[in-house]
Design a protein around this ligand. Sequence first.
Ligand code: NAD
Length: 268
Amino acid sequence: MAELRIGIVGCAGRMGRMLVKTIAETDGAVVAGGTERAGSEHVGADLGTLAGLPALNVAAGDDADLLFAGVDAVLDFTTPKASLAHAKLAARHHKVHIVGTTGMGADDVAALRRAAADTAIVFAPNMSLGVNLLLALAEQAARALGDDWDIEIVEMHHRMKVDAPSGTALGLGRAAAKGRGVDLDEVAVRSRDGVTGARKPGTIGFATLRGGDVVGEHHMLFASAGERIELNHIATDRAIFARGAVRAALWAKGKPAGLYSMKDVLGL
Ligand code: NAD
């Protein structure tokens, strides 16, 4: 079978470089191109060199339209604004689009869904197998435990992360809210400060920690009178997200148009 030709938008970013390395190590996939934002000092650089590998003789460009035209699938860990523009290109060129960008609001996800009417898009704020299993467990636990169990989600990431709470923490909150049959937006308490009053029953609380080079930690607590359950996921290597994204691209090739999640990819 022909190798899947994969492009990477944001190829000089932390995830972009890891994606190049992961594709280079994956049978059945080849690094076919990459872009950076216009004006980036990395435009023109070799993707292999950027990723700390021998040169791949593939240079970073700044024309996403050209990239989408020339590859089978595009991996996208950039910014919400850039990912939405890329989704339109994916739809126009009927190419697989794997979106790992976080910080997407409900309107952004709706725009992704519109683009997915014309092509297969996989969107997951966290591409790791462990976190996607945790999402399933969170929903199950929230369904089994009543409202008298308080749900709190604590996350920690590296000091460079720009959005909070993390996309994964919000995803865990949504999974728990679904288990309880409620809408997260109506029960979420995203931060606390000062005299907040007693905890309101049924709410789902979030706490955010930032520091150092932490790849990603999520702690989900179900607390009741006299007992507590904790479900934790600790990521120590960014490669888990890159491997998930490449797996999603290989899975999505030839799938009907639609917006898919990692749950679909992993068959959870
Ligand atoms: P980063 O800032 O290191 O990299 C982003 C790159 O995208 C930068 O190099 C930037 O120049 C580039 N970029 C921005 N706009 C662009 C455009 N229009 N065209 C081409 N390139 C563009 O950030 P990062 O740590 O690599 O994370 C990127 C995103 O991925 C964040 O939203 C982060 O939260 C998310 N993330 C998701 C997962 C997951 O599993 N889904 C895992 C890790 C990070």
